[in-house]
Design a protein around this ligand. Sequence first.
Ligand SMILES: Cc1ncc(COP(=O)(O)O)c(C=O)c1O
Length: 422
Amino acid sequence: MSTARDVLNGPGLERLIRFPVEKIRKDFPLLATAVHGKPLVYLDNAATSQKPQAVIDAEGLFYSRDCSNIHRGVHELSERATKCYEDARAKIQQFLNARESREIIFVRGATEAINLVASSYGRKHVEAGDEILITAMEHHSNIVPWQMLCEEKGARLRVAPVNDRGEVIFEEFEKLLGPRTRLVAVVHVSNVLGTINPVRKMIEAAHRRNVPVLVDGAQAVPHVKIDVQALDCEFYAFSGHKLYGPTGVGVLYGKADVLDAMPPYQGGGDMIRSVTFEKTLYNNLPYKFEAGTPNIAGAIGLAAAVDYVNELGLENIAAYEDELLAYATRALAAIPGLRIIGTAQEKASVISFVIEGIHPHDMGTVLDQEGIAVRTGHHCAQPLMERFKIPATTRASLAFYNTEEEIDALVGGIQKVKELLG
Ligand SMILES: Cc1ncc(COP(=O)(O)O)c(C=O)c1O
């Protein structure tokens, strides 16, 4: 039986060897563990990534050294906690190259960021007969909030189609930008197909018609260097936990003037300047959108994750993952009967596939027995499954700590499933 290494030939190997993956793996305690008595092969990074010790320590240190609530206290611990939290905001600002730190709103994750924009910006600007434009490859988190808004307002959701490779058909996207389009909401990197959308070009097309754009960057931030000023999008949303950070924290970037003109999303502490029973005056950015005690430890952990990623360098990460993706794609494509769903020219390290006669759920269950963690199902993208006329896929999503040996293990696992169930 040939291994993935046999299938790989060409110039990429040198870079695979240079990237210090074995050293990096030691930073992630969970990667050294076993599942069902087998060494863990973690290929479910698009669902959530593993955390380096530096992130785990940063959260722990906050609770053991600085724990206090932020912004309202005059005592030492509160001042320390506030400084850590605001430093984290500044770190995210640099990471996204946002102009100002008040453009960074801490939220629970990408889902909450999108809901915030739909509820606040959407309710203010969308009326009956207006349109919201998305694409056929959106995650449910970037479909349902817009559907809810459209239902409430009598507006219409328009959907730009994708081709058989899983790329947005740009001409169709442009055609759907009409006089009633009030917002474009588009995923940067598809969680199912791995497609990297040409968001800069899409934003330019939308701006030519004065339409603002929200980019769902949940799958992009771990793989692609983001510069929100260069992109010029109005909103950019992502989750911390897919960027090697903690769960329960994420970011909404918004242009300051756009955010400033938006009504608050939730009411409560911190988002107010003054309250009487007659009238409440709202706080400045970013606090206007951060009602209640935020995930302070989460924000601090996310900043540690950004430090970790910055130290490796997103360019190095992307180059290594590209090589790993090429290696995995060649190895999987060589398996008889296996069809890869998503073959875009521009792709991040996500591979979905189906095998004739084997249900992805069975595939995932047998692989799990081998210690291999993949995701199976519709990946919160049911309309995309419908587009490709499949009920589900098996998805292997790769991170910079994955290795070609792990790809070999996946290939071996798939062969085993075929022998058992094929
Ligand atoms: C493309 C995309 N958008 C949004 C989300 C939602 O992220 P979260 O559940 O962290 O809010 C996901 C999660 O998988 C995703 O892949």
